[in-house]
Ligand binder design. Sequence first.
Ligand code: HEM
Length: 185
Amino acid sequence: MDRLWAFVEFGSGVFALLLLTFAVLWGVAAADRMLLDPNHRLIAQAIHRGSAVGGIGFLGLHIWSKLALGSTSWQAAAIPGLDSAQPILIGMGTVAGYLFVAVTVTGAVRGAFARKGQSRLWRALHMTAYLAWGASLVHGLRAGRAVADWVDWGYGVALTGVTVVLMMRLAPGRNSSGEKRKKEQ
Ligand code: HEM
C-alpha cells in the first residue's frame, strides 16, 4: 500500500504531464496530411485520444494526492493564484487542468458541434490545448521537485517541434490541409 501511495504521490503528476504531452504531439501529427497517410492518421488519432484520456485520469490522481497531502488547499486548486507559497506556479496548474478537462470533454463529444458554423467553435476550443500544455509545462517542471536537465531538454525539444510545425501550418500558402478540411465539413 505504501508503494502504491508513493507512486500516486510522486508519479501521478509526472505521468499526467507525459501523457498529455503525448496527446498534444500525436494530435499535431494526426492533423497533418503531409506527415501521415489516412490509415496512419487514424492510428495517430487513436493514440491521441487514448493518451488524453489517460492523462486526465492521472491528473485527477495528482490533484487528489496533492490535496490529501495538504501541499495546497481546495481553494487554491479551484481558483488560480490562491496558493500561499507558489501562487503563479500552482495557479498555472489549475488553469491547465481546467483547459485540459474542457478540451478532452469537448473532444469526446465532437459530434455535438457538428452543426454548420459550430465546427469553428470546436476547433477554437480544441486549440486551447496548446495553452494548457504550455501552462502545464511551466507548472510541472517548476512547481515541484527539481527536474533533471535531460527532462527539461526533452520537453524543450517537444515544445520547439510543435512550435515549428504550427508556424509552418500558419505560413501563407501552406494551409492546404485546413482548406481540405473546410471542404469536407
Ligand atoms: C488543479 C490543478 C493542479 C493542482 C492543484 C496541482 C498541484 C500541484 C502541487 C501542489 C505540486 C507540488 C508543488 C510542490 O512540491 O511544492 C505539483 C507538482 C506537479 N504537478 Fe501539479 N497541479 C495541478 C495541475 C497539474 C497539471 C495539469 C499537470 C500536468 C499535466 C501537473 C503536473 C505536475 C508535475 C509533473 C509536478 C511535479 C512533480 C510532483 O511534485 O508531483 N499538475 N502540482
